[in-house]
Design a protein around this ligand. Structure first.
Ligand SMILES: *Cc1c(COP(=O)(O)O)cnc(C)c1O
Length: 422
């Protein structure tokens, strides 16, 4: 459920008409609904009432400070994958005790910063990382709370570029190596390996792969406990999918997911951490764009927008489907056309949708690319020297820019012409 609906024939974000934002700041822009962010957080949190769970929002999904601050106000912690994200979480007041640090390539500098900050948990993904973390913590007289991220070798049945839990993926420590790594951790100074972590992928629309992975984690905990390890924390990652095609592909509800969690690991008496990202932010954002041209080719029609792959790369990177809506609600009997919806970038891979049936549109019309709140703005680039898309947040009947469009001057000033060319 989100708060982007037609009212009086015009698409609104909560109580704000999209054309009003376009008139104020120009296009393209991302628009986030704070009510939707809050609602999704609450639905997930409420699903775990009665279980010892905490929710650490996956900051990489949408790291705008306005988004992270909105969730922090709801009580969210943070799952970060870089020092930059850790600094974002701290900047909006998320207490270090609610922050977990994931990722396969944490550098010495990043781990030192995280240790000094006092974050709650390092999700360790390799043996060299564990050794380095131990050295850094011991040198500071600190103890790092560690969850070993295990790779359960489970097929998440999602797009290959967002599957992380198969043996061939770079993530986590091999299932078979894990007991030896816990044994090693026990001998290392500055390390308390009291947790286990798993994250098998993103946009999962079926509970079965989760259930298979979590059952493996439960078995592993029993094995580790039998070997004398005190395992008290389980981090089950993120990954629950969202509907991208309206009512046609409804993934499991968080309530069903929570019941499955209880079934698989509830008997172990561990505290639980979850790292949802897409589920919270995905349907809380849209990308608004204007049609530059409608171009009729020999065998297809192109809708050329002012938004492009550099603003939203998911269609070309993940073959992702995003619903596209005309901002002016089309009449029931409106003429339709089948379009390749593309941007101005000089790449054949620059498309937002292909072969899409839409109402006939023309230059100047506004469109909304739906479900763009997750892995949208955060993956944007300035390719073709296109300014990063501004971001707007709506709350009720007010909206505010939460990241402004940079000026061309500011963009060009980032480069430096070397002295020998002066
Ligand atoms: C990306 C990521 C998440 C969030 O995944 P979603 O599918 O957006 O919920 C959680 N944990 C880790 C370790 C991640 O890399």
């Amino acid at each position: 459920m989100h708060h982007f609906d037609y009212r009086g024939g015009v698409l609104h974000a909560e109580d704000v008409a999209i054309p009003d934002i376009a008139a104020a700041i120009g296009t393209p822009f991302y628009c986030y609904s704070s009510a939707t962010l809050e609602r999704h957080y609450r639905v997930f949190a409420d699903a775990f009432k009665g279980q010892p769970a905490r929710i650490c929002y996956s900051v990489k999904t949408n790291s705008n400070l306005a988004v992270v601050a909105t969730l922090a106000r709801q009580g969210a912690g943070a799952d970060v994958v870089s020092e930059g994200e850790l600094r974002r979480a701290l900047a909006v007041g998320i207490p270090p005790e609610k922050i977990v640090f994931s990722g396969v390539g944490k550098t010495e500098g990043e781990m030192a910063f995280a240790l000094e900050t006092g974050i709650d948990q390092f999700n360790v993904e390799s043996e060299p990382e564990l050794e380095l973390l131990s050295a850094l913590a011991a040198a500071r007289g600190l103890t790092a709370r560690v969850a070993i991220r295990v790779n359960p070798d489970v097929d998440a049945k999602t797009h290959e570029k967002i599957a992380t839990g198969k043996a061939e993926n770079k993530f986590g420590i091999s299932w078979k190596r894990a007991p030896a790594v816990y044994a090693r951790a026990k001998d290392l100074p500055g390390i308390e390996a009291s947790g286990i972590d798993v994250h098998i992928g993103s946009q999962l629309t079926d509970l079965a792969p989760f259930e298979a992975a979590f059952a493996r984690v439960a078995g592993m905990i029993e094995e580790l406990r039998a070997a004398g390890h005190q395992i008290a924390h389980i981090d089950l990652g993120g990954g629950l999918g969202i509907p991208y095609r309206g009512d046609n592909d409804i993934p499991p509800h968080p309530d069903e997911y929570a019941a499955m969690v209880k079934r698989t690991v509830g008997h172990l008496g561990c505290s639980l951490t979850f790292e949802p990202g897409r589920l919270i932010a995905g349907n809380a954002g849209i990308l608004v764009s204007r049609v530059i041209y409608e171009k009729r080719g020999d065998d297809r029609a192109f809708l050329i927008l002012d938004a492009a792959m550099n603003d939203l790369i998911r269609p070309t990177l993940y073959d992702a489907f995003h619903e596209i809506r005309a901002v002016a609600e089309p009449a029931g009997d409106a003429e339709q056309a089948v379009y390749d919806v593309v941007g101005p970038v000089c790449e054949t891979g620059d498309f937002l949708a292909r072969g899409r049936r839409l109402p006939r549109l023309q230059s100047g019309d506004l469109v909304a690319i739906m479900s763009a709140g997750a892995y949208g703005a955060v993956q944007a680039s300035t390719y073709n020297t296109r300014p990063l898309v501004p971001e707007v947040m709506v709350r009720g009947d007010i909206f505010q820019e939460v990241r402004a469009r940079p000026s061309y001057d500011a963009m060009l000033k980032q480069d430096i012409i070397p002295s020998w060319l002066d």
